[in-house]
Ligand binder design. Sequence first.
Ligand code: NAD
Length: 356
Amino acid sequence: MKIAILPGDGIGPEIMAQAVKVLNVLGEKFELESADVGGAGYAAHGHPLPPATLALAKSADAVLFGAVGDFKYDSLERSLRPEQAILGLRKELSLFANLRPAILYPELAGASTLKPEVVSGLDILIVRELTGDIYFGKPRGVRECPDGPFKGEREGFDTMRYAESEIRRIAHVAFQAAQKRSGRVTSVDKANVLETFQFWRDIVTEVHKDYPGIELEHMYVDNAAMQLVRAPKKFDVIVTGNMFGDILSDCAAMLTGSIGMLPSASLDASNKGLYEPSHGSAPDIAGKGIANPLATILSAAMMLRYSFGKAEQAGRIENAVKAVLAQGLRTADIFEAGTTRVGTEEMGNAVVKALG
Ligand code: NAD
């Protein structure tokens, strides 16, 4: 069980240290090896995804990733910016399926901006396609506008595209995930306007024929955004493309009170995965010792479940997180009156203690 530990930038190293502590007390034989990535990779080796880091990620059985990004690198050309590391890893490791559970722990119902009755008991899974769509489609760039009312002006352009097999494989991931849950899939698209997503809808409908026990519903992305804040509990598994999934998963994150609570898994066809919190490097709070480490700790639990088949150990970590919340311990992002405010390290230590 070789794990590449890539802490990254901002709060990345602080939250990763807590997840590593948790892994180290489970009594398993993990081989942990760390490397620089993102801004840290650029600063030390001149590239956000240095060759040695990529080689480590490829040779490991799983990657545990903190976060990348720092505004001080915003003036670098795009290919050298920290965020390119995560895009590069997704592409190089063929991590096409991003699983983002959004679970509202009962203790945090008051931390959500929505009314407790709307969100309490929320447990949804967003399955986002991760290596296609407008984020990777070519051609892209800035050019002279070739036609239309703005002909001759400069214009920015990107290409939205999905190949049939790309849609099929992510649809299978969603239907199989639904088989282990309540058996409902909502496929989110924009089939009324975009050719790419009419095609998406047609292929998802075809794949659905392999899963007669699963209920499939199609929904336009604008309606899905509205329903996510109006009645989020009506969803179970949501499957969607890269860009819509990016936006909807952050929306789902806030339902749960804080993005600091949300883990994610990005898997390839054989369940090798990269596991990371759903949030970024939070430069506004980096170095203050106040970041919430629970999303990273829960990402480590997802790693044990999906890449190493250790559901029992994953459950132990998840129960330890529930236990510290039940004890009333809260980092600043989820703090409410009547609870105890703790820092990043204290929260990590409390999870370790709860693990016994
Ligand atoms: P962000 O997720 O870093 O922060 C958004 C807000 O949430 C901030 O107020 C932050 O303080 C708070 N927050 C995030 N994680 C938290 C945690 N664990 N505990 C408490 N509060 C937390 O998003 P942003 O500010 O838009 O982006 C900051 C940088 O992160 C940018 O450079 C961006 O490109 C990068 N980014 C990286 C990833 C990634 O590494 N996968 C993802 C998203 C953004």
